[in-house]
Design a protein around this ligand. Structure first.
Ligand SMILES: Cc1ncc(COP(=O)(O)O)c(C=O)c1O
Length: 376
């Protein structure tokens, strides 16, 4: 059996051994409850606060702006719901290609009559139409939340956070960005980025699953989302995910130290795969702005629909190759991708997302391309 080839790093990544090393003591001997007042508990508290400081420093934010959560989904739910319920937003502007953590939350609030919902138009290459965003912002006096992702997890398109943030500022809108695919992959300077909320999940950059962050700009004040104890400065009750938080900080620290080399290497893998596919597979195309403003980690491949290509993910799996058709949360359900439908709704094409990390190699690309040639 061929060794497994993991080309689904936008879904999740392998935990880095060095991250596990710093987490393990907090699962074994250092298990004190961070809220306990004796020294054993205080050590755990110290570990959480050091993690917060380290993360804040890397993102150029204040530690008081960093809240640890269970991941990207919880962070976006919190930011969007709080914008409506606490910050007075009566309208949400988003795009049809957001992650479901955003889309379903916005739809829920709309369905309950708590906010209106508007969708910004997309350009043919899948980027947000910023002129249309401005028209939407100018078209209503209602306090508005703009929620637009920094990078699309399926097609990789990158948003100009600064341009959108400045536009939101001009119209007095609250700006939330789902940055789950970019934190740990790009340098983010929150002191100089006009955004109210951003989100992250450690498992997207070789950290543990089940831990993420919500950045809340110091100029906005929201109510607690989870009620109970006074953890996370009264914002998120419940005993903290101590080892997860320690792991989050370490993973971000390692990713930041390796940005330059890792991004260059991973970009070369993506480019190589695109070239090889173009060379060997007739009719291949790519969804999104794949050579322009796009994640260096994601290549969304578009293939002519045939009986064989429709079975592709299944057959790749049989051959021990991990890739995905949509986001990780929908790929099992096989409903097709809402992102691909919005960007390039062609019933005669199928889309497969390959996403890379520093552990991948050109040899793996060769094997996958060879397999693809056989399978389609
Ligand atoms: C863009 C984006 N947002 C949100 C999420 C959800 O993150 P999590 O699974 O950590 O809640 C993901 C990952 O699946 C994602 O890719």
């Amino acid at each position: 059996m061929q060794k497994r080839i993991y080309f689904d790093n936008a879904a999740t990544t392998a935990l880095a051994p060095a991250v596990l090393d710093v987490m393990l003591p907090y699962m074994t001997e250092k298990f004190g409850n961070p809220s306990s007042i004796y020294s054993y508990g205080r050590e755990s508290r110290l570990a959480i606060e050091s993690a917060r400081k380290s993360v804040a420093k890397i993102l150029n934010a204040h530690p008081a702006e960093i809240f640890f959560t269970s991941g990207g989904t919880e962070s976006s739910n919190t930011a969007i719901t709080a914008s409506v319920r606490d910050l007075g937003c009566k309208r949400i502007i988003t795009s049809p290609i957001e992650h479901h953590a955003v889309l379903h939350t916005a739809e829920y609030l709309r369905n309950r009559g708590e906010a209106q919902l508007s969708f910004v138009k997309l350009l043919p290459n899948g980027h947000i139409d910023l002129d249309n965003l401005e028209q939407l912002l100018a078209g209503s006096e209602e306090k508005t939340l703009v929620t637009l992702m920094h990078a699309n997890n399926e097609i990789g398109n990158l948003l100009d956070l600064h341009a959108v943030g400045e536009m939101c500022k001009l119209y007095g809108a609250i700006f939330h960005s789902d940055t789950v695919q970019t934190v740990g992959h790009y340098s983010i300077d929150l002191r100089h980025t006009p955004v109210h909320f951003i989100t992250a999940a450690a498992h997207k950059f070789h950290g543990p699953k089940g831990v993420g962050l919500l950045y809340i700009n110091e100029n906005v004040s929201i109510h607690p989302y989870i009620h109970g104890g006074s953890q996370e400065r009264n914002m998120r009750a419940g005993t903290e995910n101590l080892y997860g938080i320690v792991g989050f900080a370490k993973a971000l620290e390692l990713a930041t130290a390796a940005y330059a080399t890792d991004s260059e290497f991973i970009r070369s893998i993506k480019q190589y795969m695109a070239e090889q596919l173009k060379k060997h597979i007739k009719g291949v195309g790519f969804n999104g702005d794949f050579t322009g403003r796009s994640l260096y980690t994601v290549l969304n491949v578009s293939l002519p629909k045939t009986e064989k290509s429709e079975m592709l993910l299944f057959n790749l799996d049989i051959n021990n190759i991990c890739a995905s058709g949509g986001s990780a949360c929908t790929s099992g359900a096989d409903q097709g991708s809402h992102v691909i439908r919005s960007v390039n709704n062609n019933p005669n094409r199928v889309a497969v997302r390959f996403s890379f990390c520093r552990h991948n190699t050109k040899e793996e690309v060769d094997i996958v391309v060879e397999k693809l040639k056989e399978l389609i």
